[in-house]
Design a binder for this molecule. Structure first.
Ligand code: AMP
Ligand code: GLY
Length: 387
């Protein structure tokens, strides 16, 4: 980022300091990215201080901040989602567990950096997860628990931008959450993604808008919590149609990278119009028809304990965009400085071709303490092969 912008070291939880910085730098638009400051109400405080802010208020950010809150909105608006129970203590959770078939999904209610979801394959695992959550294993996030029916199907992500009233579609993507090839090993923030996700057909997308996104935006407004920002719907495409797994109140990483590759309009202008509640109904966005793919290069040990400081040589690259995530300069040389380190990203006429470009670029990168998945996009590539 330092190559294209000026970075400033600000404490994001000090809202007064952030507002002061915005004032002294005459900032026209604030985009609050991650979920924690949104849930903490940074958008509220900056709006109150008179700034244009893209991102939901504290109340609206509960759509990501509390799984039970989202379930209650689904109930109110009749949104298709997994059957669930919302529990406040261990004893009632263990009793409620008997109403669910195995596998079953146990979720800490609050923010847990993507780690608060346990897919329990046995009754014992479910019991252990409940005991762990109420035992403080997830901090405050686990003080309440949601038990969910396990949904079968393929996952896809859908993005909508809204100023609280008008909604525009912002495309689809498919992430790869597990650390290992063939979707094995622990969940991560995401090891690679492509966009669009053709498995979410035009007709399924219409259904998602009608049955999930529109009722959510309407209900939030009716409840006095109008949502301003990006709604990232995690979907399960089940035999009974698309169902909501969860909402995120941000663009997602690595979904953002592939969406941004394809978006062809003026992003700052668009986000500013949303921040200022200046959207028209059903505006169409300009997206490249090509497929974008990004593959994450992570530091060995990720997600548990990534190795920091490993040397990286990017080599000569021309056909790809490499987004840096956890990198730093040390004595003038590029080194790894986080879990997910690089996002190697390409565009092409098919997912198969985009994948080819990405891996050709990765083969030129020298990053001995890094690793990546070699199978990103495999579901769609299999469909493309079948024709
Ligand atoms: P979440 O953080 O809620 O997106 O959950 C993380 C991952 O757990 C999702 O991307 C799904 O792969 C899986 N998951 C969550 N809830 C369910 C469910 N009810 N049925 C099946 N898989 C689920
Ligand atoms: N890649 C999923 C997320 O950002 O939540």
């Amino acid at each position: 980022m330092a190559e294209v912008a000026e970075n400033s070291d600000l404490n994001i939880s000090d809202h007064v300091a952030v507002a002061k910085f915005c004032r002294s730098h005459a900032i026209d638009l604030v985009v609050v990215g991650p979920e924690a400051p949104l849930v903490a109400g940074l958008a509220n405080d900056l709006r109150q201080a008179g700034f244009s802010v893209f991102g939901p208020d504290k109340a609206a950010a509960q759509l990501e901040g509390s799984k039970a809150f989202t379930k209650s909105i689904c109930d109110k608006a009749n949104i298709p989602t997994a059957a669930y129970a919302h529990l406040h203590d261990k004893a009632s959770a263990l009793t409620a567990l008997d109403d669910f078939q195995i596998p079953v999904v146990i979720k800490a209610d609050g923010l847990a950096a993507g780690k608060g979801v346990i897919i329990a394959e046995t009754h014992q695992q479910a019991q252990d997860a409940i005991e762990d959550m109420f035992g403080g294993g997830f901090g405050d996030a686990g003080a309440q628990v949601v038990i969910e029916e396990f949904m079968q199907g393929e996952e896809a992500s859908f993005f909508a931008l809204t100023d609280g009233e008008n909604i525009i579609r912002f495309g689809s993507a498919q992430d790869h959450k597990r650390v290992g090839e063939g979707d094995t090993g622990p969940n991560t923030g995401g090891m690679g993604a492509y966009s669009p996700a053709p498995v979410l057909t035009q007709s399924l997308e219409d259904t998602v808008m009608r049955d999930i996104i529109e009722p959510t935006v309407k209900t939030m407004a009716a409840e006095g919590m109008a949502y301003n920002g990006v709604l990232f719907a995690g979907l399960m495409l089940t035999e009974d149609g698309p169902k909501l797994i969860e909402y995120n109140c941000r663009f997602g990483d690595p979904e953002c990278q592939v969406l941004m590759m394809r978006y062809q309009g003026d992003l700052a202008l668009l986000l500013k119009r949303i921040a200022d509640s200046d959207l028209g109904a059903d505006e169409a966005m300009e997206f490249s028809k090509q497929s974008a793919m990004t593959v994450v290069m992570a530091a060995k040990g990720y997600p548990a304990s990534p190795e920091k400081g490993g040397a990286i040589n990017l080599g000569a690259q021309d056909d790809v965009q490499i987004f840096h995530a956890g990198t730093a300069f040390k004595d003038g040389a590029l080194v790894a400085n986080g879990g997910r380190v690089l996002n190697v990203t390409a565009m092409a006429d098919s997912v198969t071709a985009a994948q080819k470009s990405v891996y050709a670029a990765i083969d030129k990168i020298d990053f001995p303490s890094g690793f990546y998945r070699r199978d990103i996009g495999y579901r769609e590539i299999a469909r493309e092969e079948k024709g």
